[in-house]
Every structure is written in structure tokens, then in C-alpha cells.
Design a protein around this ligand. Structure first.
Ligand SMILES: O=P(O)(O)OC[C@H]1O[C@H](O[C@H]2O[C@H](CO)[C@@H](O)[C@H](O)[C@H]2O)[C@H](O)[C@@H](O)[C@@H]1O
Length: 260
């Protein structure tokens, strides 16, 4: 019997269920080009089944900018799935569409200037590139040749940010360091989604450091799942994305079988 048997039964029986998931590394394998990322078909299939069940909402809670998240999750205008992008600073809701907060022009000007400075700082470092994001930017080192190149690139951008934007939020992840002038986290995203949907229990899953904010915020009756082998606040860990897709499929079957 899997270790998540009892919590899955409880989630399947809850009156209103929210399934809120990180994207990269949780339902989508990592790729060198972030815009080529796509959900594992088995994960997408289980989520489509869940989203079609009564009193069950599927949401993606990602560090991606909302517009990018819609592309890589192949999210259409008629989708019932909710989205929280930029770690919970931007939302998309069925019937409403994108809800993007007004950005102050000073912040946007600073973002654009720092993006250009960061690009210049990593220009001579092979395999390192800067991703523009709604509220900041990210330093990608997945394709860097060696640890020394990665460290030098991150040190150079850290020095710029320490001097020019010390209040911006800095986050680390899989071969990435991100900076944003918005400070929201996945904990506040899950709280907002829980309230919006009136959910009585939440399944949240993630693989990365930024997902731990949400995992730590869960309550009794919720289930937190870590995808991978790192230290985590989650109560359940699964080894990889296919194993997590199997868990989602298991939950969908149990929820479909619940008595009316
Ligand atoms: O919160 P997430 O949905 O996990 O998004 C986190 C970051 O994901 C992307 O970067 C990561 O995935 C890329 C594609 O697999 C990979 O190339 C990179 O090394 C990873 O760090 C994305 O590019 C970032 O904007 C997200 O914040």
C-alpha cells in the first residue's frame, strides 16, 4: 500500500477539492529551452480528469510569468484551470481571464535597466543567459560549461543587485537565480486560490525551493507532496514526475468513485 493511501482517500472525499501544482519539475520535465517545456502526458491526462469532476478545481502555481505559463501549459481561453504566475503575483481565472496588477513605471524602468546590466554581465560566460520576467528577470545557468562559470555569473549579477536593488526578492531554483520587485510567494497564491474556490482541502505539489513556501503553509486535511529527494516540508515525497502523475491518476480514480 502506498504511503499516501490514507491522505488520498481523505482528499477524494472532501466536499471541495483544490489541486494546486507547481509546473517545472513537478508535472513537466526540465528542458534547456524553458519555452519548450510541456506537461508529461500522463500528468495532463490525470489533471483533465480531475478538472472535469464535480467540486474539483485544478490550478497551476508557477514562478513563470503568466503569459509564458499559458503557452507552455497549452492553456486555452475556455480552460477551467486557474493559473497563478510569477510566484502568485499574477492570476488567470475562468470567466475573468488575466488579472495582472498595475506595475509602477519606476519599477518597470528599473527592471529593464537591470535586465540590460545583467545581460552585459553574463555576455562572455558561455551557456549563461537572462530570462526577462514580468516583475524582474532570471539568471539561467543550466547550459553553462562548469561550476566556475555558473558561480562567476551569479556573483556578477548578485553584485549588481546588491548595489542597485537590494530590496528585490532573490530566489534560487534548479540552475536559476531569480530577482523580482514583487515579493509574493506560492504560500499567498495557495491561500488566495483556496479562498477563491471555497476549497475544503488542498493538494499542493512541488519540486523546488520556492515550493516549500506553499508546502509549509498547508493545514490539517491538506496534502503536500514533494517531487524528488530533497529535504522538504511535504508529508509525502515521490521519486519523480511519472510517480507523481501516477499519484494524480490514483486521486482522480478515487474522487470519481466517491459517493454522491
Ligand atoms: O515555479 P515553476 O513552475 O517550477 O517555475 C520555476 C522556473 O521555471 C523555469 O526554469 C526552470 O525550468 C526550465 C525549463 O525546464 C529550466 O531550463 C531551468 O533550468 C529551470 O530553473 C523558468 O524559466 C523560470 O522562469 C521559472 O521561475
Amino acid at each position: 500500500m502506498p504511503t499516501y493511501d490514507a491522505p488520498l482517500d481523505a482528499l477524494a472525499a472532501t466536499p471541495r477539492l483544490l489541486v494546486a501544482l507547481d509546473f517545472d519539475g513537478t508535472i513537466s520535465p526540465h528542458a534547456d529551452d524553458p519555452m519548450q517545456s510541456r506537461m508529461l502526458p500522463a500528468a495532463r491526462s490525470a489533471l483533465e480528469t480531475l478538472a472535469a469532476l464535480p467540486d474539483t478545481t485544478v490550478a497551476l502555481v508557477s514562478g513563470r510569468s503568466l503569459s509564458d505559463l499559458r503557452v507552455i501549459s497549452e492553456h486555452g481561453d475556455d480552460s477551467p484551470w486557474l493559473l497563478a504566475g510569477s510566484h502568485g503575483a499574477e492570476y488567470w481565472r475562468p470567466g475573468e481571464g488575466a488579472i495582472e496588477p498595475q506595475e509602477e513605471s519606476d519599477d518597470v524602468r528599473l527592471r529593464d535597466r537591470l535586465f540590460a546590466e545583467a545581460e552585459a554581465a553574463v555576455a562572455e560566460r558561455p551557456g549563461v543567459w537572462i530570462e526577462p520576467k514580468t516583475f524582474g528577470f532570471a539568471v539561467h545557468t543550466r547550459k553553462a560549461d562548469d561550476a566556475a562559470t555558473r558561480a562567476a555569473a551569479n556573483d556578477a549579477v548578485d553584485a549588481i543587485m546588491a548595489a542597485e536593488a537590494p530590496t528585490w526578492r532573490r530566489r534560487t531554483g534548479q540552475n536559476i537565480v531569480e530577482f523580482a520587485f514583487r515579493h509574493e510567494g506560492k504560500d499567498s497564491a495557495v491561500a488566495a486560490l483556496r479562498e477563491q474556490t471555497g476549497s475544503t482541502a488542498v493538494l499542493f505539489a512541488g519540486d523546488d525551493v520556492t515550493d516549500e513556501d506553499a508546502l509549509r503553509s498547508l493545514s490539517d486535511g491538506d496534502l503536500g507532496v514533494h517531487v524528488g529527494t530533497n529535504e522538504t516540508a511535504a508529508t509525502v515525497s515521490v521519486s519523480d514526475i511519472p510517480a507523481f502523475a501516477a499519484l494524480l491518476d490514483d486521486l482522480a480514480r478515487r474522487r470519481a468513485a466517491r459517493p454522491e
